[in-house]
Design a protein around this ligand. Structure first.
Ligand code: GLN
Length: 492
């Protein structure tokens, strides 16, 4: 079969169950595509062909023995921020270029338990800091829709791999938009769950109070399958919630768009830098939802101006603390011939970390230093609470909140935005992480250059089922999510 990569996750699972193809055939098909097409896209940092075949054969054997579950034998790509035992985990950094984790992240373990076959590890901005995937030590990943454009970031490798049909679905992480923005730039569906829904154990920390893993795929339905695997309490992560997990697949039709109250924040649609075509596509999608029975309600989110400065204090502050562990002593990169311990620390870190990571460590260290802690970090935490309260107030009158996922479509590779210009591109995604809320990106059309545009729906705490369900119904009524980039159409 030459077109296995065109099947949805459900179709793959059904095909496997009906014996139309084996997991080995499926795995081989994806690996062949990766070998040919990923030379152009550069989404994979590490391809784990050998291990994938072992897992695929084990999946086929399980199925033969009648012990397969629904997803047994389906391939997946993991963002290179999730630790994988015996396989290099780099977080896109030179400092971890030689790092092989002694254990699996909980998300990876859950994938294995569900019978998923790991195709490899996919590229990302260094330590998930960035919005283009260009800050990776391993070079820039390309957007499958236009190879001279970025796929977004930081989960750019996950997005590009799925958009080029080099994996049916992928894991991502979202600290300030890193699932939703690349999903938007690559025409995919991506869910950032409520903080605490997915275990962070073995997920290399960027900003611990904001980091959250989630699924990236073509459709809400495919995301729901992966969410069923990823979600749940984990004793190894004290911030993961001891709360029952929904069956996200069973709930795909659980929310009716009819009567759904969608909040439209006034402030969001007047943001300077919001591209006219992005605005138009998002408004068209809202019109479509209105036709389907939703009620659009104008709301206020008065703290909008505070999102970028608040996030860009808290995230670097936490990063500067988290990244202290990379010191050249225990693991990772170590400089050549250090003269003493201080020289070892200094040179290992300045040679091992890229520019953006160093910038954030400096900003964060400054913000946390004794003389400035109250003025910056504590103040930012207070503003963070106000941002959260703004949302909670809004959810008293609406069910979900709509926004663009990003003010623009994908940037050109090498556009060389200044750090502040790049930070401003995160205006629509950061508040969700600051408040710990769930949010989803759904593809809703294209701009004149045929680059995808995304709609973001933000839900109240633990409303992942509702978000997936609303997008699922939108996707039953439209076909933006099934459009494919030319490079994905290529058969090998
Ligand atoms: N672009 C944001 C940043 O650079 C968000 C990244 C993320 O969500 N990991 O911090």
């Amino acid at each position: 079969m030459t077109d296995l990569h065109r099947l949805s996750v459900r179709e793959i699972a059904e095909g496997l169950a009906q014996g139309k193809f084996s997991s080995r055939e499926l795995t081989e098909h994806y690996l062949k595509r990766i070998a040919k097409i990923d030379a152009h896209v550069q989404s994979y940092v590490t391809v784990t062909a050998e291990q994938a075949f072992v897992q695929a054969d084990a999946a086929d054997a399980l199925r033969k023995a009648g012990n397969a579950t629904f997803l047994t034998g389906i391939p997946i790509a993991h963002k290179d921020i999730f630790c994988t035992q015996g396989i290099k985990t780099t977080a896109g950094s030179k400092i971890l270029d030689n790092f092989i984790s002694p254990y699996d992240a909980t998300v990876v373990t859950k994938g294995k338990d569900a019978g998923l076959v790991t195709l490899g590890k996919v590229n990302m901005d260094e330590f998930a800091m960035g919005s283009t995937s260009e800050s990776s030590y391993f070079g820039a990943t390309k957007n499958p829709w236009a190879l001279d454009h970025v796929p977004g970031g930081s989960s750019g490798g996950s997005a590009a791999a799925v958009a080029a049909d080099l994996a049916p679905f992928a894991t991502g992480t979202d600290t300030g938009g890193s699932i939703r923005q690349p999903a938007s730039f690559c025409g995919l569906t991506g869910l950032k769950p409520t903080y605490g829904r997915v275990s962070r154990f073995g997920m290399i920390a960027y900003a611990s109070s904001l980091d959250q893993g989630g699924p990236m795929a073509r459709s809400a339905e495919d995301c729901a399958y992966l969410m069923n695997v990823m979600a749940g309490h984990d004793a190894k992560d004290s911030t993961s919630m001891e709360k029952d997990v929904d069956d996200y697949v069973a709930n795909l039709n659980g929310t009716s768009v009819k009567g759904l109250r969608i909040g439209i924040p006034k402030q969001y649609f007047n943001v300077q830098g919001l591209d006219a075509e992005v605005k138009a596509r998002v408004e068209e999608s809202l019109k479509k939802l209105e036709e389907m029975g939703a009620v659009l309600v104008e709301i206020d989110l008065n703290m909008t101006d505070a999102y970028v400065p608040t996030y860009y204090l808290i995230a670097p502050a936490e990063a500067s603390s988290n990244l202290q562990r990379f010191d050249g002593v225990r693991y990772g990169y170590r400089c050549e011939n250090p003269v003493d311990l201080m020289d070892l620390y200094k040179r290992s870190r300045s040679e091992g970390f890229g520019k953006e990571v160093q910038r954030r460590i400096l900003i964060g260290t400054y913000a946390l230093s004794a003389g400035y802690y109250d003025a910056y970090y504590v103040k930012a935490q207070k503003v963070r609470r106000l941002i959260q309260q703004d949302f909670l107030k809004a959810f008293e009158s609406v069910d979900v909140i709509a926004a663009p996922s990003a003010p623009t479509t994908a940037y050109k590779i090498g556009a060389n935005l200044s750090p502040t210009e790049m930070y401003l591109g995160d205006i629509y995604t950061l508040a969700v992480n600051l408040a710990g809320l769930p949010a989803i990106n759904a593809p809703v059309g294209f701009d004149k250059e045929n680059l995808p545009v995304g709609l973001q729906l933000i839900g109240n705490y633990w409303s992942e089922s509702q978000l997936l369900s609303v997008v699922h119904q939108y996707q039953q009524a439209t076909d933006w999510h099934s459009k494919r980039a030319a490079i994905a159409e290529e058969n090998v």
